[in-house]
Ligand binder design. Structure first.
Ligand code: FAD
Length: 534
């Protein structure tokens, strides 16, 4: 059996950062196992490909939730990246750290070393080339606002007239509506794979296997010592001399732990899995941002007029091929940020999106950005920053091929329902502004002003959806009774085993989760290297 020092499971946002950091010194042999294929695909590289990859089975796990009790029993679709770069290769490219207070909350919950003061430098290290060397592995965060749709000027007026704070320059963190920053470089997606893994793959001590689906971790007593995976129909096993590091994401990491016998003992026994360690919180505390889009007909062209017809698509394609610019080089989430629904709040409670495109219908059962609504339209959407509803990711069989049962339990906490109403009423306020009224070509598709609270909530239950920020299923915390990993990301009660991805979030952050996940992985890598150095 081949031996490596570190075996990392999952080459997603976190896994690529970990692989780069742990292999950088050249002293450690690192193996990165990824179930999906290479990211060298046209629609992974082109930013607007987000809309195509949304339901592309070759690079997407395409999970579905169980019927959601608070959403009239609806099943919610959950895309997750299955490709080098993981979800950072299929996501909507928005870069936002959240609020400093998110991390202070992590530290206040007993996770030493995770306050914003502690993690701000990690974010900065992701965002800037080390020592100013542009060839060193780093993420590129782009301000593409010059190329954003001209309707953005109206969006700014709408927010100003609606008394929302508007910032002049794009924000990495904190309060205010601005053009969103994106993870793009020279008109191409800058996933975690492109930023960190690709440059590191040249190192002889980093080994990357694609198409390698991990089935379980092997243990010697309580120590993780090996990893079994299937590739091209053949089962293989590798030894981990130092550590096994789970970075398979908020669904994959708890799934693999449970398949390996680490989880709720009674449940594991009931489905025929030999228990290695009773850790009842594995797969619990699932969190996500849940949001809704309100669609408006515009009296001027929007991106619907670009992507909704062949001449528009061809013009955009031509511009992209010639200059790597234009709508194909951008995210559809162009404007937004963190705001408060009430001045009395100490911190923002709402993330808002103002998108110059609208899509409500599915095209042949798929939501394809190249098929937006057949009128000029735009969206104002939102989700609450720190929802309190929690759910679970639990395996239902000993087979890795059977997707785990995903129950987000959206809106199960009464505070989340109250926040949904407050956010909808804020959108109603924006709808009444002269700037928004001056943009409309007809009544808003959802007449919030004439809907009572019950109707607003009923609409939220019927049309709301995930913002794709699953996290927290191997939660970090000081107490093994309420969490899965400690503040150094080590699985409580086990040796040689860490979870270093979005699953380890102690609490969901206020904005998009790609940046916090990469930050967590970078910090985790520092801890792993400190621990091996003794
Ligand atoms: C459609 C979509 C849009 C999003 N938009 C944004 C956005 O605009 N901005 C933002 O900040 N965030 C966004 N997110 C969220 C963000 O991308 C994720 O929070 C982040 O990528 C999670 O990183 P991770 O490393 O925890 O997991 P992932 O990046 O999902 O990586 C997990 C990796 O593990 C692999 N894996 C899983 N199981 C196994 C196994 N058994 N064997 C081997 N490999 C395995 C997976 O294939 C995957 O590559 C979006 C997510 C999605 C899905």
């Amino acid at each position: 059996m081949r031996e490596f020092d570190y075996v990392i499971i999952g080459a997603g946002s976190a896994g690529c950062v970990l692989a780069e950091r742990l292999s950088a010194s050249g002293r450690h042999q690192v193996l990165l196992l990824e179930a999906g294929p290479s990211d060298r695909r046209f629609w992974v590289q082109v930013p607007i490909g987000y809309g195509v990859l949304f339901q592309e089975r070759a690079v997407n796990w395409m999970y579905s939730s169980e019927p959601e009790p608070q959403l009239d029993g609806r099943v919610i679709y959950h895309p997750r990246g299955k490709v080098l770069g993981g979800s950072s290769s299929i996501n909507a490219l928005v870069y936002h750290r959240g609020q400093g207070g998110d991390y202070d909350d992590w530290a206040a919950a007993g996770n030493d070393g995770w306050s914003y003061d502690d993690v701000a430098a990690e974010f900065a290290s992701l965002e800037l080339p080390p020592d100013g060397d542009p060839a060193a592995p780093h993420l590129t965060i782009s301000d593409c606002s010059d190329d954003y749709h001209s309707i953005g000027r109206d969006f700014v007026d709408i927010c100003r007239q609606g008394q929302l704070p508007v910032a002049d320059t794009p924000l990495y963190e904190g309060v205010g509506v601005t053009p969103y920053l994106t993870t793009t470089r020279n008109g191409l997606r800058c996933s975690s794979a492109r930023a960190f893994l690709r440059p590191a793959m040249k190192r002889p001590n980093l080994h990357v296997l694609t198409g390698a689906e991990v089935r379980r971790i092997g243990f010697d007593g309580r120590r993780a010592v090996s990893v079994r995976y299937r590739r091209r129909g053949i089962d293989s096993e590798v030894r981990a001399g130092a550590e096994v590091i789970l970075a398979a994401g908020a669904v994959g990491s708890p799934q693999i732990l449970q398949l390996s016998g680490v989880g709720d003992a009674r449940h594991l026994q009931s489905i025929g899995i030999r228990v290695v360690h009773d850790s009842p919180r594995v797969g619990q505390h699932l969190q996500d941002h849940f949001g809704i889009n309100y669609i408006f007909r515009a009296n001027r062209p929007t991106l619907n007029d670009v992507f909704g017809n062949w001449p528009g698509r061809l013009r955009a394609m031509l511009r992209y091929v010639v200059s790597r610019r234009g709508p194909m080089a951008l995210s559809v989430n162009q404007f937004g940020g963190l705001v408060k629904t009430s001045d009395s709040l100490a911190r923002p409670d709402m993330q808002i999106y103002l998108n110059p495109v609208s899509y409500q219908a599915l095209y042949k059962g798929r939501r394809v950005l190249m098929k937006p609504d057949n009128f000029s339209g735009f969206i104002i959407g939102f989700n609450s920053c720190r929802p309190k509803s929690e759910g679970s990711v639990v395996i239902t069989s000993p087979r890795v091929a059977d997707a785990p049962s995903i129950r987000p339990n959206y809106l199960s906490h009464p505070d989340d329902r109250a926040e949904a109403l407050a956010m909808a009423r804020l959108v109603e306020r924006l709808t009444a502004t002269p700037a928004l009224r001056g943009l409309l070509a007809g009544d808003p598709l959802t007449p919030l002003a004439s809907m009572d609270d019950e109707a607003v909530l009923a609409d939220f239950r019927q049309r709301g959806g995930t913002v794709f920020h699953l996290c927290g299923t191997c939660r970090m915390g000081p107490d093994a009774g309420t969490s899965v990993v400690d503040s150094r990301l080590r699985v409580h009660g086990m040796d040689g085993l860490r979870v270093c991805d979005a699953a380890a979030f102690p609490n969901i952050t206020s904005a998009n989760t790609n940046a916090p996940t990469m930050m967590l992985a970078r910090r985790a890598a520092g801890m792993i290297l400190e621990d091996v150095a003794g």
